[in-house]
Write a protein that binds this ligand. Structure first.
Ligand code: CP
Length: 304
């Protein structure tokens, strides 16, 4: 694997190899290893054109733990603010002999465009592009599920919220499908659902009470207001009433249902605090797993 821009078309064996590698790194860290030198002498650039807390920080931590040098590109102090075009920025940075670029951009397809335009042997890893893909989030989500429920073939997973604008949902659906989950249910208001033919193998719901019935995993998504026109913004109180996860709704799910959310959370809109902070919440485990998944991905793309 030279680049990671999407999980689409990635075979099961490649996904499982990345998950196994992330687990091995997690075990090594649990046994006291704080730093490895497998990427010593390599340089990783964080190139984020959209805000991030979890992804950017965990990529930086992952690269440093592997011994790489890290540059965090500061957009507000860069020459992009003077009108420099994306590919001129790319070629300028490449001239400094980078090994990997971690990119987040509001335009879907930007990571693949960087792969096509790159002139050096730089690896490109997608940290989220528009509503298309967030592959490392998809990997860390299935790693978190596998930790608790490795029996994917028995699992009913519900993904609820603004699926239409969610790159996380798309990468989760690809990973869960390849790993063979029994059933994927997609739920949200009609205006925030993907086209009916985008995921013909998933079951579509507008009623969250029905969608969560007997589910083993519930992945909650925030409203992606930054990708909506103002007329499409739902009333938040009404939204929580219909699509928020609270203890009453969680009781309809299977016993021990894993509660997940990629973050950032909007408490009281898509999830109640009592559930986000409750015994079934795996949200902070997801964050922790993000570091090991990103270490695994960097090892994989830079293994040359
Ligand atoms: N889940 C996720 O992508 O979070 P950040 O936007 O904080 O990176």
């Amino acid at each position: 694997l030279r680049h990671l821009t999407t999980l689409e078309h990635l075979p099961r064996i490649s996904i499982e190899r990345l998950l196994d590698r992330a687990e091995a790194l997690r075990d090594a860290c649990a046994h006291g290893t704080r730093k490895l030198d497998v990427l010593a002498g390599r340089t990783v650039l964080n190139l984020f054109f959209e805000p991030s807390t979890r992804t950017r920080t965990s990529f930086e931590l992952a690269a440093r733990r592997l011994g790489a040098d890290v540059i965090n590109f500061d957009l507000s102090f860069s020459s992009t603010s003077k009108g420099e075009e994306l590919y001129d920025t790319l070629h300028t940075l490449e001239a400094m002999h980078l090994d990997a670029i971690i990119v987040r951009h509001k335009e879907a397809g930007t990571p693949d465009a960087l792969v096509r335009h790159a002139m050096s042997g730089v690896s490109v890893v997608n940290a989220g592009d528009g509503n298309r893909a967030h592959p490392t989030q998809g990997l860390l989500d299935v790693l978190t599920i596998r930790q608790h429920r490795p029996d994917f073939e028995n699992l009913v997973v519900v993904i609820c919220g603004d699926i239409k604008h969610s790159r996380v949902a798309r990468s989760d659906i690809h990973a869960l499908t390849v790993l063979g989950v029994k059933e994927i249910r997609l739920c949200g208001p009609a205006g925030l659902m993907p086209a009916a033919d985008e995921f013909p193998h998933c079951r579509y719901y507008n009623d969250f009470d029905a969608a969560i019935e007997g589910a083993d995993v519930s992945i909650m998504l925030r409203l992606q207001k930054e990708r909506m026109a103002s007329v499409d913004l739902p009333d938040e109180a009404a939204y929580f009433n219909h699509y928020g996860l609270d203890t009453r709704r969680l009781a309809r799910a299977a016993k021990g249902c894993l509660v997940m959310h990629p973050g950032p959370l909007n408490r009281g809109i898509e999830i109640a605090s009592e559930v986000a902070d409750g015994a079934q919440s795996r949200i902070l485990e997801q964050v922790g797993n993000g570091v090991f998944v990103r270490m695994a991905v960097l090892c994989e793309v830079l293994a040359r």
